[in-house]
Design a protein around this ligand. Structure first.
Ligand SMILES: [Zn+2]
Length: 326
């Protein structure tokens, strides 16, 4: 049974780590004192809450539609919206959050973490799927609230540190608060906290530093390989082919996508996840759970392979279309 009542699991860790809670409370008090000493007041939270709903978000209501957070497997939880995926990995030494999403998503993510019985201030490490505003615009605010270390794939670093300005496609249209990167990741690097080990696979094309995360979780006596796809999509307006007066979005973008599909095909996947719920059919899988599915719907290796194949076909079709243009 994996869709267990949320409080049971959360409670077990709460009971196990009173020292961690005490430390978190002390840290919070210390931060308040420092903020007051620096003449600031910790009020920017409500300002962030009132922040920008971008035009892109307005066109995608599922991005900002709240859903109840849920347990996926092992120490892995979903704390995102109906389509913008955020993941919480819980360890006795603190927690890892993947994807800060939109600026306006931060209160939603925080509420989801707290609904599960965890503390937002326990987030020690912040990661992203890729440097687009729907996955990283909330990072500056989350770092302000948690003091988490921000770890980003090398080729996406300048984009997050410039608040989106150096992005090859959206550098003028989708800007957000810049955030400083504490650790630059390279392809194959591990991120470790407590008993959690996440591996960063560079899967470029959608962004230059697009990152697919893998990890192992223990669930029901099994060890499961988790794949969180960074992105596999050729967005509208992306130029895959260098043509007169229509330069490629960046040199080598088509080769990067090809590399990405080779990487995705090489990964062993039990638990299939991604940067958007739509990548892995999340809403339909949640409906199956509500209808009483007994199996762990998130274990879906066939769905993963089919989705990789379908997206690769879409990429090759678009590449051929662009190559045939005058
Ligand atoms: Zn994107």
């Amino acid at each position: 049974m994996i869709f267990r009542p949320l409080t049971a699991r959360a409670g077990s860790r709460r009971a196990a780590v009173p020292a961690l809670m005490m430390r978190a409370l002390m840290m919070r008090a210390l931060r308040m004192i420092v903020a007051l000493m620096l003449g600031g007041t910790p009020v920017a939270w409500s300002q962030a809450q009132a922040a920008v709903t971008t035009p892109a978000a307005a066109q995608n209501p599922a991005w900002t539609t709240p859903i109840a957070p849920f347990h996926i497997a092992g120490n892995l939880y979903y704390v995102g919206s109906q389509d913008l995926a955020s993941y919480l990995i819980v360890t006795p030494q603190g927690d890892i959050l993947i994807n800060s999403s939109l600026q306006s998503s931060v209160p939603l993510i925080r509420h989801s973490v707290e609904q599960l019985g965890f503390h937002f201030s326990d987030i020690r490490i912040l990661l992203i799927s890729h440097a687009h505003h729907d996955h990283d615009a909330g990072s500056a605010e989350i770092i302000r609230q948690t003091h988490a270390k921000y770890m980003v794939m090398d080729a996406d670093v300048s984009v997050v540190e410039s608040g989106g300005r150096t992005d090859f496609a959206y550098g003028k249209s989708q800007l957000y608060p810049a955030a400083k990167v504490d650790r630059v990741l390279h392809d194959g690097d591990s991120v470790r906290l407590g008993d959690a080990v996440l591996v960063a696979h560079e899967t470029p094309g959608h962004t230059r530093g697009c990152t697919t995360w893998t990890m192992r979780v223990h669930e029901g006596g099994r060890v499961l390989d988790v794949v969180i796809v960074g992105s596999w999509n050729v967005n509208p307006g992306y130029q895959l082919v260098d043509r007169p007066r229509h330069p490629a979005s960046y040199p080598g973008i088509a080769a990067d996508f090809r590399h990405t599909f080779a990487v995705l095909k090489s990964l062993h996947c039990d638990v299939f996840l991604g940067a958007h719920g739509s990548y892995f059919n999340m809403v339909a899988k949640l409906a199956r759970l509500r209808a009483g599915a007994k199996d762990n719907v998130w274990i879906d290796p066939r769905g993963y392979r089919a989705a990789v194949q379908e997206r690769e076909h879409a990429f090759e079709t678009e590449l051929a279309r662009q190559a045939s243009l005058p």
